[in-house]
Design a binder for this molecule. Sequence first.
Ligand code: GAR
Length: 207
Amino acid sequence: MLNILVCVSGGGTNLQAVIDAVKDGRIRNTRIAGVISNNRSAYALKRAEENGIDAVCLSPKEFSDREAFNRAFLEKVNEYAPDLIVLAGFLVNIPPEMIRAYPNRIINIHPSLIPSFCGTGYYGLKVHEAALARGVKVTGATVHFVDEGTDTGPILLQKSVDVQPDDTPKSLQQRVMEEAEWILLPKAIDLIAAGRVEVVDGKAVIR
Ligand code: GAR
């Protein structure tokens, strides 16, 4: 049984996709041990609560400095003893100590086809604003392992989504979620739970 911990910051639609997929069997052999949010008013916390999942809020604002937050964050994560940490719209930089403690055991969903529109400053709606400003005709989403860079870790899964001529950042964001993110994230977790993913020479390999 794969024990997963999901980290969230906002609406939690990706968390919901994972919860639903565990319930209906698209994600097999997996248990959601807990949810951590950095934002007390994140709707994702309500989704966890409604589904009987242990949820806590740890906000950097409530700590004297970043080191103190990072220490508390790692301690809290360790309490859940996760096999896999899933960043589902989590907008806090993962401390390097945590990346070292969980090598190739943290995955993130990003709302573009990496290496486009990713890295520092590209998150949430900003990603879709940038894609529309550049005039790309295809965008999508990526699930990747987390390393010490921003959106630089091994790519596990990607799915493309066509941009429509009348798209706004909001409409594009919604379609990327529906057509890519909510499908890819459960699929990635299921593959990992089945032991089918390995990182070889810095690249994710699916067997
Ligand atoms: C999702 O689109 C996710 O890909 C994005 O934030 C949104 C969270 O939505 N993540 C990033 O931009 C990370 N760089 P949700 O809270 O409804 O799942």
